[in-house]
Write a protein that binds this ligand. Structure first.
Ligand code: SF4
Ligand code: SF4
Length: 203
């Protein structure tokens, strides 16, 4: 099972302050743990910055999200950034569907013991407790890099493939390509702090 919590203000607000925002909020896991009240207060605090909001169940369902993106196309077009309040899988689905947009997550996803419900097979979240997707163009290095590197790439990638498993794409190559395409190459100069594995299941 997983639990979702809103990131600390000091982590998320500098990324979105003064920006026009469109919000996706997922309530699919509220019966496990999604902080509905705290999320509502956070969104209210953004006031006029929020141009629109789509609230749905199962942001991890790609076709479903595609329909919402079509329905909210006008508001999305006017927004400078897209903010997603969901687990890491939902954020990755939105990023993959809005490839040319800057998408941020406002949440961390934590692991809880117990039965894991079904999520989209093509996206993975290790529920690591400290979500890095805001610095990786929406692709997860914890789940998808063979070495779980937070400051990649490792230098061993060959023609876009991982040196540990040449059948896998190197996710760090994909991260670099996407951030440069978005004009956010400066993010790559940021040195991520050591990960607190105490809040994460063992990789
Ligand atoms: S960084 Fe990856 S594993 Fe950690 S919460 Fe985000 S999507 Fe999940
Ligand atoms: S080649 Fe890429 S995916 Fe593989 S370990 Fe290195 S950085 Fe990670």
């Amino acid at each position: 099972m997983l639990a979702v919590q809103i990131k600390p203000d000091e982590e998320i607000l500098p990324l979105i302050s003064s920006k026009r925002i469109f919000v996706f909020e997922c309530l699919g896991c509220r019966d496990v743990h999604y902080p509905v009240q705290r999320a509502g207060e956070f969104i209210d605090g953004l006031k006029q910055q929020v141009l629109g909001k789509a609230t749905l169940d199962y942001l991890c369902h790609r076709e479903f999200v595609q329909e919402y993106i079509r329905a909210y196309a006008d508001q999305l077009e006017k927004a400078e950034v897209v903010l997603v309040l969901s687990c890491g899988v939902g954020v990755q689905v939105v990023c993959s569907l809005l490839e040319d947009r800057t998408v941020y997550t406002g949440c961390d996803t934590l692991h809880l013991n117990g039965f894991q419900g079904l999520t989209a097979k093509e996206y993975d979240c290790e529920q690591c407790g400290e979500c890095y997707l805001n610095y990786t163009g929406g692709m997860c290095p914890v789940a998808l890099c063979s070495k779980h590197l937070l400051n990649g790439p490792c230098g061993g990638s060959q023609q876009g493939k991982c040196e540990v498993d040449p059948d896998m794409p190197c996710v760090w190559q994909q991260i670099v390509d996407r951030l440069i395409k978005l004009g956010r190459g400066d993010v790559l100069e940021r040195l991520g702090a050591p990960k607190n594995w105490n809040v994460s299941p063992a990789p």
